[in-house]
Design a protein around this ligand. Structure first.
Ligand code: CFM
Length: 568
């Protein structure tokens, strides 16, 4: 099937043909690998998807590195933990709030987020080792800031030259008398930032959680795990839960202090927002302290209401349930008219989402609130369980890259394992349809035959736009402008284009209005996409095929006299 046949004759594109079209320019081996990462959905029985595997070199991907996942994503928002990047200054710079996690520390509280602390490794340290410089940097930072605790975050060269950051941490802990911890989160450690999440989870669990056994006094006390306060989301969630009478001890890690994390094991319940980045801590806290975890989602008005009801059900308190219903009714009064007005304008329009490891799923709810259709979605670095549900966990093959990351062996704490509920109470809730420690993944909520694409490449994105013509795409900075140059509005769902918050009911209203503005502006009509300007530009890139490349190489080797050119 040629390009033209697909683009001009199919109004509802055949997903199998679209997939074939996407794969056709790849060399055979690459096409085989990508074929496993592009699947046609079946919500009743989600097909196996290739995920959490290395990106083929040469493919333009949106992924980040392990250091980014550890330093930037999970550790970054703990605002009074002094974090030093051990490595070159460039990596250090990238820890300087490039991930948009907002904090609002109380007056007088320490906030290190505006600083960029780095050992500035030079050639000298690469050749002779950087441990001394690291120790010196820690001493210097301590002398200036007197922090409660210090974390060392490793970049690629640290692992390559074999600096023992953990030994330096032990030495400094002794010397300074404060908690000093190190993270072996070298950028190359895993296939994406996902490995960095796991390393950060292990480090936070080993070195911070459990250091303070004093619980906050609250009748309904919980943590939200995997909520990073991008654009103020954690604040919206906190405000909403307060209205209901639920107290948050810790949001890991969105606008959170070191002291809050220390006592995060004293709560009744953990709610997991981003399953990908924090399921490890949720699982380990349950094993060690007996805290049950449930999946929550505060993105989308309907999803937020559902989540509140689920939390209410867990606590089994009529007073709380009634209060939650009151709050939902009250909040929906503001949501409904805005939702109805905007829905009337955009119902039936098409959206596609390619974001990180959880938002490509969560944000589907916001678009569905507006009656829009999700034509395709995928994560950048999630694992199979985030697509197909946790039930596939036992069947996931552990490859060399995953084996690289330490799996902590966790047992019940002899003194502090205090389950919130008895096994009988848990079982009773489960028979009533309540699910603990479960995430069903993205696919069960997506339509049959929808294309689910893992680690989408720029080429595949171009094909998708050309064929499906989505009205809006949710993605990130690395592809935003490529998408918009094709005349399709792109909402950054990582940084929110410096807008937000989008969580909870007030956030949902914000998002509907934002989508409305993006879809109604006339600016997109002034852009002619490349395939309309020059059909040749959209034709399959024959010169990319292996044979064509060989031909090209031969042509280059021709003697100068033959082609009349100058030797290079
Ligand atoms: Fe979780 Fe995230 Fe995400 Fe993520 Fe991220 Fe992020 Fe994300 Mo960017 S922790 S997986 S590594 S929800 S930084 S706050 S937006 S890719 S979808």
């Amino acid at each position: 099937m040629s390009d033209e046949t697909i683009t001009t004759t199919l109004t509802a594109p055949d997903p199998a043909a679209v997939k074939a079209e996407m794969l056709k320019i790849y060399p055979a081996k690459t096409a085989k690998k990508r074929a496993k990462q592009i699947v046609l959905n079946d919500p009743a029985c989600p097909p196996e998807i290739g995920a959490n595997t290395r990106t083929v070199p040469g493919i333009i991907t949106q992924r980040g590195c392990t250091y980014a996942g550890c330093r930037g994503v999970v550790m970054g928002p703990i605002y009074d933990l002094l974090q030093i990047t051990h490595g070159p200054v460039g990596c250090g710079f990238y820890a300087w709030l490039t991930r948009r996690n907002l904090v609002r520390p109380a007056k007088g509280q320490t906030n290190f987020l505006q600083y960029c602390m780095n050992t500035d490794m030079q050639e000298d340290q690469i050749v002779f080792g950087g441990e001394k410089k690291l120790a010196q940097a820690i001493r210097e930072a301590y002398a200036i800031f007197k922090p409660k605790a210090i974390a060392i975050l490793s970049t690629c060269p640290v692992g390559l030259i074999g600096d023992d950051v953990h030994a330096v941490a032990r030495q400094m802990k002794e010397e300074l008398g404060i908690n000093v911890m190190a993270f072996s989160c070298e950028g190359y450690k895993g296939v994406s930032q996902s490995a960095g999440h796991h390393i950060a989870n292990n480090g936070v669990f080993k070195n911070i959680i459990g250091l303070d056994d004093t619980p906050d006094v609250a009748e309904f006390n919980m943590n939200i795990l995997g909520e990073y306060n991008i654009g103020g989301d954690a604040w919206e969630i906190d405000t909403l839960l307060r209205k209901c009478g639920i107290h948050l001890t810790s949001t890991l890690s969105g606008d959170v202090s070191y002291d809050q994390v220390k006592k995060s094991h004293t709560v009744h319940l953990n709610g997991v927002m981003c399953h990908r980045s924090i399921n490890y801590i949720a699982e380990m806290m349950e094993k060690k302290y007996g805290i049950p975890w449930i999946k929550v989602n505060f993105i989308g008005a309907e999803a937020t209401a559902k989540t509140l009801r689920k939390i209410g059900k867990f606590f089994e308190s009529q007073k709380l349930t009634d209060r939650i219903e009151e709050v939902i009714a009250q909040e929906m009064l503001a949501v409904r008219p805005v939702q109805a007005e905007i829905k009337a304008r955009h119902q039936g329009k098409k959206a596609a989402l390619f974001v990180g490891g959880s938002r490509a799923h969560h944000y589907q709810d916001l678009f569905r609130d507006l009656g829009m259709e999700i034509v395709s979605a995928g994560y950048e670095f999630a694992h199979r369980d985030d697509y197909e549900g946790r039930k596939v966990l036992p069947s996931i093959k552990v490859d060399a890259d995953s084996r690289n990351i330490e799996e902590l062996h966790v047992e019940a704490d002899p003194l502090r394992f205090k389950p919130t509920k008895t096994p009988e109470q848990m079982a009773a809730l489960q028979t009533g349809g309540f699910s603990f420690k479960d995430y069903e993944g993205m696919m069960v909520e997506m339509k049959k035959q929808t294309l689910v694409i893992d680690d989408i490449s720029h080429h595949e994105m171009e094909k998708l736009i050309e064929i499906y013509k989505p009205d809006i795409i949710g993605s990130g900075i690395k592809d935003k402008f490529v998408i918009e140059k094709m005349g399709v509005p792109c909402k950054q769902l990582h940084s929110y284009d410096y807008s937000g918050p989008y969580a909870a009911f007030t956030g949902a209203i914000n998002f509907y209005q934002e989508v409305d503005r993006m879809l109604t502006t006339k600016v997109w009509k002034f852009i002619t996409p490349p395939w309309e300007k020059d059909p040749q530009a959209a034709a399959p890139l024959e010169h990319c095929s292996r044979n064509a490349r060989k031909e090209e190489a031969k042509a280059w080797r021709k003697p100068a006299a033959e082609d009349g050119g100058e030797p290079m």
